[in-house]
Design a protein around this ligand. Structure first.
Ligand code: DAH
Length: 357
């Protein structure tokens, strides 16, 4: 058998199997296939050489060769299957969408939840101070008739004081004229009318809300701003009560080292009237640019209710007296948080809004 063409069949088969096992890609396997089992492969060459054998030997040699080919082909198809699986999982790996990155981004930049703005926060703080002093909080309309915004407050048509409260008119000239309110003072009229209608005097209320004026926006003016109005109608009310309420509020809201002062002024609906000023919160009264070196900042107006106003709403001025005040919520926010430009309050710039909590 040493001279048999199949003398080295085992080693040759092992070599073919080793080649198959060493092939690492599907492409290389396809390329190697003709050399492994094709017409020019060793197995085919051996097949051809069997012709020289005796028929008897040829048959048994043929069977051996066939078995060798079966083993090689089986190894080939098994290897092909393995390489195909590997190629597929490499493809899947390449196509994988890494949602981990998306989740990480979500965790490090979570959707932010909003919060009340500076005006809303300030309004609540002011309400809190007054509620603590025994006041109730009332609301009034932003759209008013000429009567509530002006006439009932003793500002008749053509009165020069109207200049101070120029606004957005829907129609000019008659008492039914509709205006965007220029101050929160008309809410005083609503409250007094209701109290008279329901017999619920006395009144101790504050009325916060949005107002409008024909102002061109600049660092200290806005066409839309907020005020808080105060109204007390009771028996035996004096100017000392007004001064006491203003001073108590000032210290409670701005702190014990800030104080208030009242200076004579004119408002058509109060008599006497006073401007209400507080120690400048920037320089603490030393004098600086913000307070024009006076040490004081004007916050609003105040005064004893004019008998003409009490009469307009049907309150007996002999039995009842009272005082009122009104000042800017935006101004309070600006002073307490040192906002140098009021326009920041309405611009909705998130870099500003995010500083408020
Ligand atoms: N309404 C006035 C204004 O906007 C402020 C004011 C002054 C309100 C005197 C009052 C007051 O209640 O008594 O300029």
């Amino acid at each position: 058998m040493t001279s048999s063409p199949l003398a080295h069949l085992d080693e040759q088969t092992q070599e073919l199997l080793a080649t198959i096992a060493k092939t690492t890609t599907l492409e290389a396997l396809v390329e190697a296939e003709p050399a492994l089992i094709g017409k020019r492969s060793i197995l085919s060459t051996l097949q051809k050489s069997l012709g020289s054998l005796e028929p008897e030997d040829r048959r048994s040699a043929g069977a051996l060769l066939q078995e060798a080919r079966r083993v090689v082909e089986a190894a080939l198809s098994e290897r092909r299957a393995v390489l195909q699986r590997e190629a597929r999982s490499r493809q899947l790996e390449r196509d994988r969408l890494d949602l981990g990155d998306v989740l990480d981004a979500q965790v490090s930049h979570p959707l932010s939840v909003g919060h009340p703005g500076l005006i809303a926060v300030t309004q609540r703080e002011l309400e809190d101070v007054f509620v603590g002093m025994g006041f109730t909080v009332a609301d009034g309309p932003e759209v008013e008739s000429d009567w509530y915004n002006f006439e009932a407050l003793n500002i008749p048509p053509a009165h020069p004081a109207r200049d101070m409260w120029d606004t957005f008119y829907v129609e000019l000239g008659d008492p039914e004229t509709v205006v965007l309110r220029t101050h929160t003072s008309p809410t005083q009229i609503h409250l007094m009318e209701e109290a008279v209608a329901h017999g619920t005097l006395p009144i101790h209320s504050v009325m916060p809300g949005r107002c409008y004026r024909r102002d061109t926006p600049d660092a200290s003016h806005l066409y839309s701003f907020h005020q808080i109005e105060g109204l007390v109608v009771d028996r035996g009310i004096t100017f000392a009560d007004l001064a006491g309420v203003i001073e108590t509020f000032t210290r409670a809201y701005f702190g014990p080292d800030i104080t208030s002062r009242l200076r004579p002024a004119y408002f058509p609906f109060t008599e006497p009237s006073a401007e209400f000023e507080v120690t400048c919160t920037i320089c603490r009264g030393e004098g600086c640019r913000t307070c024009s070196h006076t040490g004081w900042i004007e916050l609003g107006g105040s005064g004893m209710l004019d008998p003409v106003v009490l009469e307009a709403v049907g309150i007996d001025g002999e039995e009842w007296s009272g005082f009122a005040f009104g000042f800017g919520i935006d101004r309070c926010a600006q002073m307490r948080h040192q906002v140098s430009d009021m326009r920041a309050l309405i611009e909705n710039d998130t870099r500003f809004l995010e500083q408020i909590s």
